[in-house]
Design a protein around this ligand. Structure first.
Ligand code: ADP
Ligand code: MG
Length: 690
């Protein structure tokens, strides 16, 4: 927009009340309204004769109002009814609860209607959109074109929004200024911004809509990638001074102590991490590896590296159960090397905790393992050299920012078992370097996966009993903790536990684990399961990530149709960790086609990346990470799956610009910089990048 900001109240039809309503959807200026984009379109360009209308289809019709009536239904709803006639016949149209229409839709008026033809006791169009054809025909807004459909609200009707935006595009598009530098527009063959905005709302035809869409999506993605490029650059530009020497006695001892040969992927990841940590720039690396690919050893190696260089390290896990497991694994591996490891989780005795915190501060503890919350809130380090963040689907920089506020600037390694498709990795983790462990350790047998219907439950129990008889262990996962309503068919963990314990797996120790238990109780159960005392662990998905018990060979999932694909894959990853053949059994009588797709996908592939892609396609990116809060940047318009090609082009251009002109000082980047700062404000450090 021009230098001065035009408030939306200067548009015709916007009073104080409307200004408020618009502000609620984030629209304050005329520019905001120009970028209030349609969520979809309806092609109403073709007017159909009344005789050719078909029941069930939505169409545009035009004609004269032959009769009107205003009635009440039996239930007291007002019902405004017209008869519309053209030269081929007539049809009824009704509107419920809009009695005021009688003042607009008068007998004899010529109107255009758009709506679905339905058959109740007669053929009619219910609640169609309408537009009155004027004698001096204006350009039609709501009909006879490809019509934009906006995200409407209770206060802001579709029609009002469309009318307002039509007005804004007609009168204000010409004031829009280009933010993208001309050379990018030329190179990417984009249409200019005025054309794009006009046509994204009221396209002349589909071809122009396509061009407008490309341009708008490109700009949206480009801004995001530019922010990521700048973030990455400013993180790299900080002189942390934590350059590590990568070889040494401890590292040598660790390599000698490993009970197995590292896989090629692990070795490569370690090399990449060493290269980062040897540099004075703080590392920001994401380690992606399917469940069971052996990320923990890579973390251990990195932690030893920092300890060897005289620094402390920490490992943050999302849950206490996981923190404890990491603590055990690291202790086994690293205590023999004389490294001091401490576990910091809730529920430890306050005096012991105080003492522990003092030791950490004095540098007597080399490695602290704990939950994200504990480490971020409570701990002061003497010299923090590396922070490992486990199983976290968040911007790694969030952790960096928190640690930085406390005065640390460590290397950061984020680990995730969610194989993030490239599509998402570039948007969510676009500012991190990525290492991927593709293969699983040698000798792993593929997990045999079956989807079994409820009617064959007995067989599943028999099979599980056989495995237990061979000395193996089993997980049984239920979706709920308690019965949701009496007689609910969704399995709840407590009832299942009782049933399995008293009737099905008699003679075997059965344990129960769920999120409402105290951490002491949880710890005891996990310990007993790890030791093999408990043979069958009945649990909710609290065990979802990271648990490593090689002797468990059966993963039985109740109501498997209730779980997301990535969740199922994570759960399956709890077995197949040892030398024995393992099984994942999905008990499910799915209702919808989507659930069937998920179950089939599970049967068909063990490849976490393929699973993740399928999941992303089925659920969309917002849901893919569980909730919106997981740091997914806000993308309002483009679709990062469908428009991935545009994302890649935008990324390439953005990173190139930042390489050449990191602080966006060049004159043709001036407006770009202003727009970027307006959108990302304090999240960007443009001073530090140059
Ligand atoms: P994840 O990547 O899911 O965190 P873990 O680090 O828990 O996987 O490793 C899973 C199991 O594989 C552990 O029991 C670990 O000791 C074992 N493991 C890791 N690396 C190797 C390897 N190179 N060869 C054999 N076993 C390995
Ligand atoms: Mg793990």
């Amino acid at each position: 927009m021009q230098e001065k900001i035009t408030e939306v109240r200067f548009l015709k039809g916007v009073g104080p009340k409307r200004s408020e309503d618009l502000a609620k959807v984030g629209v304050r200026t005329v520019e905001d309204i120009l970028f209030y984009l349609p969520s979809r379109y309806e092609d109403r360009s073709k007017v159909v004769k009344i005789r050719e209308l078909k029941v069930g289809e939505a169409n545009t019709v035009e004609g004269e109002i032959a009769a009107v009536s205003n009635k009440r239904t039996a239930r007291g709803l007002s019902m405004f009814d017209i008869t519309l006639a053209d030269d081929t016949g007539f049809i009824h149209a009704v509107w419920f609860n809009q009695p005021y229409l009688k003042d607009y839709l008068l007998k004899g008026a010529k109107v255009t209607l758009y709506g679905r033809v339905e058959l109740y006791d007669r053929v009619q169009i219910i609640n169609p959109e309408y537009e009155i054809i004027k004698d001096t025909p204006d350009e039609s807004i709501h009909m006879k074109r490809i019509v934009p459909i906006y995200p409407a609200t209770n206060e802001l009707s579709q029609k009002y929004l469309r009318g307002l935006i039509f007005q804004a595009t007609a009168n204000h598009c010409r004031f829009l200024v280009e933010r993208l530098p001309t050379y990018i527009i030329a190179r990417q063959r984009l249409v200019d911004i005025k054309f794009a905005v006009r046509n994204i709302h009221f396209p002349i035809d589909l071809e122009n809509l396509e061009k407008a869409y490309r341009r708008i999506v490109f700009e949206e993605f480009f801004m995001l990638q530019l922010a990521l490029a700048i973030k990455k650059r400013s993180a790299a530009a900080e002189a942390g001074g934590l350059a590590h020497a990568v070889s040494g006695e401890l590292i040598g001892q660790l390599s000698g102590a490993l009970p197995f040969e590292l896989t090629a992927g692990q070795k490569k990841a370690i090399t990449e991490i060493e290269r980062d940590m040897a540099s004075e720039k703080p590392m920001s690396r994401l380690l992606e590896g399917d469940v069971g690919s052996g990320k923990t050893v890579v973390a251990a190696h990195s932690l030893v590296l920092t300890v060897q260089n005289g620094f402390q390290g920490c490992l943050m896990a999302p849950t206490e159960v996981l923190a404890r497991q990491h603590f055990i694994a690291l202790s086994e591996l690293l205590m023999p090397l004389g490294i001091n490891i401490a576990l910091l989780i809730g529920g430890i005795d306050p005096r012991a905790k105080k003492e522990l915190l003092a030791c950490i501060k004095e540098g007597k503890v080399d490695i602290v393992v704990g939950t994200h919350a504990m480490i971020q809130e409570a701990v002061e380090f003497r010299k923090l050299g590396l922070a490992v963040v486990d199983e976290q689907h968040k911007f790694g920089v969030t952790q960096r920012a928190v640690l930085k506020e406390k005065g640390y600037n460590p290397h950061i390694l984020v680990m995730t078992a969610t194989p993030i498709p490239r599509t998402l990795a570039l948007t969510v983790y676009g500012d991190l370097d990525i290492s991927v462990i593709k293969e699983l350790p040698k000798g792993r047998k593929p997990i045999v996966t079956y989807w079994v219907e409820e009617s064959k439950r007995r067989k599943v129990y028999d099979f599980t009993r056989e495995e237990l008889g061979k000395g193996r262990q089993a997980y049984v996962i239920c979706p709920r903790i308690e019965e949701s309503f009496p007689g609910s068919r969704t399995k709840n963990v407590t009832a299942t536990f009782e049933e399995l314990k008293s009737r099905i797996f008699t003679g075997f120790e059965v344990g129960l684990l769920h999120g409402r238990m105290s951490s002491a109780e949880k710890e005891k159960v996990m310990k007993d399961f790890r030791k093999g005392k408990i043979k069958v662990l009945v649990s909710t998905i609290v065990i979802e990530v990271g648990i490593d018990i090689p002797n468990a060979t059966v993963m039985l999932i109740e109501n498997a149709e209730r779980f997301g694909l990535s969740q199922l894959h994570q759960l399956r990853g709890r077995v197949g960790r040892g030398e024995h053949e393992s099984y994942c059994i999905l008990l499910a009588d799915p209702q919808g086609a989507e659930a069937v797709r998920r179950l089939k996908a599970m049967e068909e592939t063990l490849d976490g990346f393929r699973i993740a892609e399928a999941d992303l396609e089925i659920r969309g990116p917002g849901e893919f990470f569980g909730t919106r809060q997981h740091g997914l940047p806000e993308i309002r318009f483009g679709n990062i799956l469908k428009d991935f090609d545009i994302m890649e082009l935008a990324r390439k251009e953005a990173f190139e610009i930042v390489k050449r002109d990191p602080a966006l000082k060049e004159d043709h980047h001036r407006l770009l910089k202003a727009a970027l700062m307006a959108r990302f404000k304090d999240k960007l450090d443009l001073v530090n990048v140059a």
